[in-house]
Design a protein around this ligand. Structure first.
Ligand code: TYM
Length: 332
């Protein structure tokens, strides 16, 4: 069986460390383990929260630059924009017709974003998971590397694939597997260790943006919330200390060590001292990515050519699969 990865990021707000560690870095680690990799910038999803979609063009290009600067070769892999491939929205419509509203109402992301006044929420926000299922299944992707917060949507994608297969009485779609990497699955806010780092947090100090300069990264880490206790020698000592755990975990990731080893190495030290080391490690990792992103963004023509190459392939695969879907649905 052909193994195919599909994943994507919404071009809303600033792309941040959570997106990089939870998604892009895990994609990069899988590049040589699968047959084909497709990475999408899901601009149509950005429209479901209109207030975030103001800088759609700029954010779309920035995300494309982030993918490439992080190590995704746009020639060997396919990087493209969702709206350049019309088959996503076509398939999403067929999925809307076989997906019970109850399934969509249970999605925690919808509940969070719609808030108390669900009747006022836009239809696009409600059916978002059906479009996400289409993003994945239009390519018959077998693996979907994402952060923890997207697990429920990928599980729903499996249910939608099964519902469609049952409806047409043929195994048209695979059941894609979510791939969620433990230590990077949930990077937390720098201001509140119980909340995930997120583009929608009003405070810029809650997250590190991939385009932050070195001084800004250092400042954000210096200002990150911690507690007054020294660093414990064992992981057990991090219980009920979410901010401390998050910062130590980031250091472990950037220095390719384990959380256990970081606790041992910094036992008894104060966070004021540890934060300087964490800032150095973060700058050493993100600095070259930022520089490469800026270089790519300065040459928009080349960036657009990479996206065109990606969408040419995506359109070819999507077109063949949609032909099969229409036939399965008995369309003329
Ligand atoms: P989005 O744009 O909110 O986030 C993009 C990716 O980043 C991950 N992520 C995190 N990982 C760890 N810690 C965090 N604090 C953190 N914040 C975000 C997300 O889990 C995600 O992997 N619905 C999706 C976009 C999407 C998609 C798809 C993804 C649309 N179609 C098809 C995969 C396949 C979303 O809103 O991600």
């Amino acid at each position: 069986m052909t193994t195919r990865i599909l994943s994507g990021i919404r071009p809303t707000g600033h792309i941040h460390l959570g997106n990089y560690l939870g998604a892009i870095r895990s994609w990069v680690s899988m590049l040589n383990q699968v047959d084909e990799c497709l990475f999408c910038i899901v601009d149509q999803h950005a429209l479901t929260t209109a207030e975030d979609a103001k800088d759609l063009r700029k954010n779309t290009l920035t995300i494309a630059a982030a993918y490439i600067a992080s190590g995704i070769d746009p020639i060997k892999n396919h990087i493209f924009v969702q709206s350049h491939v019309p088959y996503h929205t076509e398939l999403a419509w067929y999925f809307n017709c076989i997906t019970p509203m109850g399934w969509l109402s249970r999605m925690t992301q919808f509940k969070d974003k719609a808030g108390k006044n669900k009747d006022q929420a836009m239809t696009g926000l409600f059916v978002y998971p059906a479009l996400m299922a289409a993003d994945i299944l239009v390519y018959k992707a077998t693996h979907v590397p994402v952060g923890e917060d997207q697990k429920q949507h990928v599980e729903l994608t499996r249910d939608i694939a099964q519902a469609f297969n049952n409806y047409v009485g043929a195994p048209v779609f695979p059941h894609p597997e979510p791939i969620i990497k433990g230590e990077t699955a949930r990077i937390m806010s720098l201001r509140d260790g119980t909340k995930k780092m997120s583009k929608s947090d009003p405070s810029d100090y809650s997250r590190i943006h991939l385009l932050d300069d070195n001084e800004t990264i250092q400042l954000k880490i210096r200002k990150a919330k911690t507690d007054a206790e020294p660093i414990p020698g064992e992981i057990d000592g991090l219980q009920n200390r979410p901010e401390a755990r998050n910062l130590l975990n980031l250091y472990a990731i950037f220095t390719s060590t384990s959380l256990e080893k970081v606790c041992q190495d910094f036992e008894g030290k104060l966070f004021s001292e540890f934060k300087l080391k964490l800032a150095d490690a973060t700058v050493a990792h993100l600095g070259p990515i930022r520089e490469k992103m800026l270089e790519l963004l300065a040459d928009e023509t080349s960036l657009l050519q990479y996206l065109k190459k990606g969408s040419d392939t995506a359109n070819a695969v999507g077109s063949a699969h949609l032909k099969e879907v229409r036939q399965a649905l008995n369309m003329v």
